[in-house]
Design a protein around this ligand. Sequence first.
Ligand code: MRU
Length: 348
Amino acid sequence: MKSIEWADNKVKMIDQRKLPLKDEYIICNDYKCVAKAIKSMVIRGAPAIGVAAAYGFALAGLSSKAKTSKALLDDLKVAHSHLSEARPTAVNLFWALSRMMNIAINNIDMSVNKLKDRLIEEATIIKSEDIAINEKIGQYGSALFNKKVSVLTHCNTGALATGGYGTALGIVRSLNKQGKIKRVWVDETRPFLQGARLTTYELKKEGIEHILITDNMAGYFINKGDVDAVLVGADRIAANGDTANKIGTYSLAVLAKENKVPFYVVAPTSTIDMNINSGGDIPIEERDKREVLFIGESRIAPSRTKVKNPAFDITPARYITAIITELGVINSPYDINLKNKLLLNKRN
Ligand code: MRU
């Protein structure tokens, strides 16, 4: 299953707003179209947003009329700032854009056409690296379990939310390959229903046993002993381990701790933001009230009902059993261990 691909110098994305009812694609040939696709959640999930931003940046290069690489850089700066505004919480967006910008700056001596090709190449590398990272995460994560388990997951962290394979759902895939999945409890994930629409879609395609529940049923099943572990993704992990993820994640973490069920955050290291000290500093996106007032086309509350729609919440580090990355499983104290792991990786 492909969330996004570069095809004939265009960016092709499956429209995740339409899944699972329709397989429709959006094709972009300019960066503004990609920014719009990210904002409107045609494509979503932190790593996939990063890949889309990188491809959007490459498109900005390709469509630029600049005659010199220096002039191209000016156009790329405009695209960078436009794409940066698409969504505020997933740090992978900013991570991918700054990686692309560095490629442009560091290769400013190339001819303009060579630099355009180099940007397309880098975006493609970002995508393929993401898939390899997810497979690595799957290996580390699945090694934590030595028997058949039932896991609960929130939102969608699968192939659709990444370059491919998935983070938390990637671990589920790896566990399933090893015959270690009893079942997956899928939170529907109000209001955008990523769990009900997308995670069930992916698990069904993979033939993995799963049961869909509404978000407010999670505590009931966790307390009954039906859940061996909770696996969630992340949009941004602060230097102290506090984690922003889909709204409802914090409640799950509290429920897991109360019931002594391990709670794992699963993410590539590109989701760790060492410039943010703690969760309180992570910007939380507030989305359109329509997402809460409507399910599909059906309105569920009277007109003029006031609505709040924060797309993410913060889970304090103390609720997190471990953070599973492509560099391995990181335990608390996160303020020390995240820094050490990243530094060690930089040195090697
Ligand atoms: O609003 P979304 O659908 O982009 O939110 C997605 C999540 O919260 C995911 O858990 C997170 O981005 C990780 S995806 C591997």
